[in-house]
Design a binder for this molecule. Structure first.
Ligand SMILES: Nc1nc2c(c(=O)[nH]1)N[C@H]1C(S)=C(S)[C@@H](COP(=O)(O)O)O[C@H]1N2
Ligand SMILES: [Mo]
Length: 334
């Protein structure tokens, strides 16, 4: 079915497809009468959500951000186009299909917002919506993101180091871990209202890091991508990015960061402890019980149906984090 859909073959992506190009493309498809025809499509076309949403859905506006680019975090790898980064998502609060978040999160209200940093700190902090993008200097970092489901993307995030925020809160010497919590608001998040829509997860979504992982300079709090504020489906207004770990550690739409001396809960680890560990370091030598982690499908340019199978690298290629795990059995602490 999808293969007969020739217009998608002509509409190939360039290295970076920006939002306006994406909108023009949707308009073009609409003119041809394809938008809204999702019921007739299956497979990747539907997964990428390009044909799934209807045009009554209000599209959340994204704002340009002021940021610097440091040479260290640029890349020669092809970046995953904007339309794929923002239509192929995991955000179960808005549904479990990859195309659900882009369709169901557009009305998500992220302003006003408060992010609280509390627990074992000398100086608890509360950041409001404006402070998220203004209190700390923003920079662009292009990171690989490897989902535990064995697909990956290359994404130009905008954000600041989590360590900067933690230092501002002055952690007590007794603090050993950092716990994160996503907003709980069933009125806005259909997956929190219905266990069926939300994939059987007990919300709010929670995540955690060891304090030394949280303080590592690679660990980012992201407020944007491709130069603009995060679309709701990517975790607006602020989400975690830990590039050497599986994507589920990258908790979205965070309201609370709590310093603690206990290992925090991690939603997927709680749900299926044999399949998803607390550490969740990308590791080609430790397979998921139901699939191999040796390779990944890179979601890249070249049209909706093209993915490139590439070998998965230890720590997703971020070898500089290896010292954090010296002497640990990473098969046991997966
Ligand atoms: N609150 C919340 N955060 C979440 C998830 C989620 O369902 N809820 N999914 C995780 C998973 S499995 C992945 S792979 C990434 C996906 O991020 P992206 O949609 O921006 O690519 O978000 C993570 N953060
Ligand atoms: Mo994931």
């Amino acid at each position: 079915m999808a293969r007969k859909f020739t217009p998608s073959v002509k509409l190939t992506d360039n290295d970076v497809t920006d939002e306006s190009v994406y909108r023009q493309r949707r308009q073009f498809l609409k003119t041809l009468g394809f938008v809204g025809a999702s019921a007739a499509l299956s497979g990747p076309a539907q997964a990428f959500g390009l044909f799934g949403s209807d045009d009554k859905t209000p599209v959340a506006s994204t704002q340009p951000l002021v940021f610097t680019k440091s040479a260290k975090y640029q890349t020669s790898e092809t970046q995953t186009p904007y339309d794929k980064v923002t239509t192929y998502n995991n955000f179960y609060e808005f549904g479990t299909d990859k195309s659900d978040p882009a369709e169901n999160a557009q009305g998500f209200k992220t302003d006003p917002w408060t992010l609280t940093i509390d627990g074992m700190v000398e100086n608890p902090l509360t950041l409001d919506h404006g402070a998220l993008t203004k209190r700390f200097a923003l920079e662009e970092r292009i990171y690989r993101m490897r989902c535990v489901e064995a697909w990956s993307m290359v994404i130009p995030w905008i954000g600041f180091e989590l360590g900067t925020l933690i230092k501002a809160a002055k952690p007590l010497s007794s603090a050993k871990y950092v716990a994160f919590t996503t907003l709980y608001d069933p009125a806005q998040m259909p997956g929190q209202k219905s266990r069926f829509v939300g994939g059987g997860i007990n919300y709010p979504y929670v995540e955690g890091l060891r304090l030394d992982e949280a303080m590592h300079p690679l660990t980012l709090l992201s407020v944007g991508l491709y130069g603009k504020t995060l679309p709701p489906q990517n975790g607006a207004p602020i989400r975690l990015v830990v590039p050497w770990k599986y994507g589920f550690k990258g908790i979205k739409s965070i309201v609370r960061v709590t310093l603690t001396d206990q290992q925090p809960g991690s939603t997927w680890n709680i749900l299926a402890p044999d399949e998803y560990g607390f550490y969740a370091n990308v590791n080609p030598h430790v397979d998921h019980p139901r699939w191999s982690q040796k390779t990944e499908r890179r979601i890249t340019t070249g049209g909706l149906f093209s993915t490139k199978v590439i070998p998965t690298e230890m720590f997703n290629g971020y070898q500089e984090v290896a010292p954090l795990y010296q002497g640990m059995d990473l098969k046991r602490f997966f």
